[in-house]
Design a protein around this ligand. Structure first.
Ligand code: F6P
Length: 331
């Protein structure tokens, strides 16, 4: 391992539960090894603005159980411009950073790749509830967000049962349906609508609910990924087609908050320590920390950026088969 003296640390894009334990792991490990950690507030915009401070071990006390990010986060339009990128790279040089750790999602990774082209050594830690980065099997925050959504949907089950209603629940995920699929499977949804899969509302939702009604089940959950859109229109059509009242719930930002689950805490710690090791290793260039075959690993940033997203087909098939189970009972 080579000598590094100072590193920068930032969180960028949407916050995700587990970012704070990850920050804690990096700061604690680095300071114990005599490495200075410059905390950059408000992501890449903070880098451009020179919004930073020297972190020490005490700054991260009690962070294991805290959602959000003490470094704040932002989405920066300026950072997408050449001038903004130049400014950010110059700040890294002025600070004499031996490397920068950026925790965030797809946009954060693309931003890091641009900084790397301008000579900044970067390591990216995937942190997003969307789990929409093809390079890794897991991103910090996904587990907590799923659990939060499932807990909320369990409550919707209760009121839906009392009123014999269909709950149409929108979950986050931006353009990807990973979160919705996982939540749909875990919450026993009658149907899950995803941007990756074309659907026929009559066949895939309305008739499934109607069959359920034949067997006395008059409350249903339909999970809709944010990327599908047209929530109100879908809900109206479901109501018309099934004859059951429908209600729409948008889970929204509650999925991004809350104490991180054990998985997200552990993932934050493991990824944080590995990111530091990547920066310390002079043989390694710019890296992304990943989970591959269930194990923590790292890969070159330039390969990770181009990695296609992987859709979990077998989970979709399982979800679809369970949703349609009323069909077999009818025979
Ligand atoms: O990327 C995480 C995420 O929560 C997405 O699921 C959602 O589409 C987006 O961020 C919302 O972004 P913002 O916080 O900028 O409104």
């Amino acid at each position: 391992m080579g000598e590094i003296r100072t590193i920068g640390l930032l969180t960028s894009g949407g916050d995700a539960p587990g970012m704070n334990p990850c920050i804690r792991a990096i700061v604690r490990t680095a300071t114990a090894e005599g490495i200075n950690v410059i905390g950059i507030r408000r992501g890449y915009q903070g880098l451009i603005n020179g919004d930073f401070y020297q972190m020490d071990s005490n700054d991260v006390n009690g962070l294991s159980c805290k959602g959000g990010t003490i470094l704040y986060t932002a989405r920066s339009d300026e950072f997408r411009t050449d001038a903004g990128l130049e400014k950010a790279a110059n700040v890294c040089r002025d600070l004499r950073l031996d490397g920068l750790i950026a925790i965030g999602g797809d946009g954060t990774m693309k931003g890091a790749a641009e900084l790397a082209k301008r000579g900044v050594k970067v390591v990216v830690i995937p942190g997003t509830i969307d789990k929409d980065m093809g390079c890794t099997e897991y991103t910090i925050g996904f587990d907590t967000a799923s659990n939060t959504a499932i807990e909320a949907i369990d409550k919707l089950h209760d009121t839906g049962q009392s009123h014999e209603r269909v709950s149409v629940v929108q979950v986050m995920g931006r353009h990807a349906g990973h979160l919705a699929l996982y939540i749909g499977l875990a919450s026993g949804a009658s149907a899950v609508l995803l941007p990756e899969k074309e659907f026929d509302l009559e066949e895939d939702v309305i008739s499934v609910i109607r069959r359920g009604c034949l067997y006395g089940r008059r409350h249903h959950i339909v999970v809709v990924a944010e990327g599908v859109g047209k929530l109100t229109e879908l809900s109206k059509k479901i109501e018309e087609g099934t004859g059951l009242e429908t209600r729409v719930t948008v889970l929204g930002y509650i999925q991004r908050g809350g104490a991180p689950s054990a998985r997200d805490r552990v993932c934050g710690c493991m990824m944080g320590v590995r990111a530091l090791d990547c920066l310390k290793n002079p043989k390694l260039g710019n890296r992304v920390i990943i989970v591959k075959n269930g194990t923590f690993n790292d890969m070159p940033l330039e390969d990770a950026v181009d990695h296609a997203r992987v859709f979990n087909e077998s989970m979709f098939v399982a979800c679809d088969r369970i949703d349609n189970s009323y069909q077999s009972k009818k025979r």
